[in-house]
Ligand binder design. Structure first.
Ligand code: FES
Length: 118
């Protein structure tokens, strides 16, 4: 386990998210009502930057490109790409795939993320 300090608690308000590069890994850090969570930064559909999407109901991140939605806490796909109409053709070759998630802990004022070393 390699914990990296990514930011301060106050840097991301509740209901907000922010992208970071940590040890060459692009991640998005989310601040939800029950704490901080981290996922890979790009959508598993066709790699849109998730931090430009939005957080829905304190639980899901919606991709800005084709509106796939993922459970922030687990990375699981909640809704796959469905916008604009016709994107389903692309989904034949880009099938559902969960986001990678990373363990997060708060140490004092620091938000730390575990980035596994390859
Ligand atoms: S890139 Fe995210 S839904 Fe297509």
């Amino acid at each position: 386990m390699t914990m990296h300090t990514v930011c301060r608690v106050a840097d991301i308000g509740i209901g907000q998210m922010k992208a970071f590069t940590v040890d060459k890994q692009r991640i998005v850090l989310y601040h939800l009502t029950d704490g901080f969570f981290a996922t890979q930064a790009t959508c598993t559909h066709v790699f849109a930057p998730l931090a430009r999407g939005k957080i829905i109901e304190d639980s899901r991140v919606q991709c800005p490109f084709h509106r796939a939605r993922f459970d922030i806490r687990t990375g699981a796909v909640v809704d796959w790409a469905n916008f604009p109409p016709g994107v389903q053709l692309l989904n034949v070759v880009r099938s559902e795939k969960a986001l990678s998630t990373f363990e997060v802990r708060v140490e004092g004022d620091n938000v730390q993320v575990d980035i596994p070393t390859n």
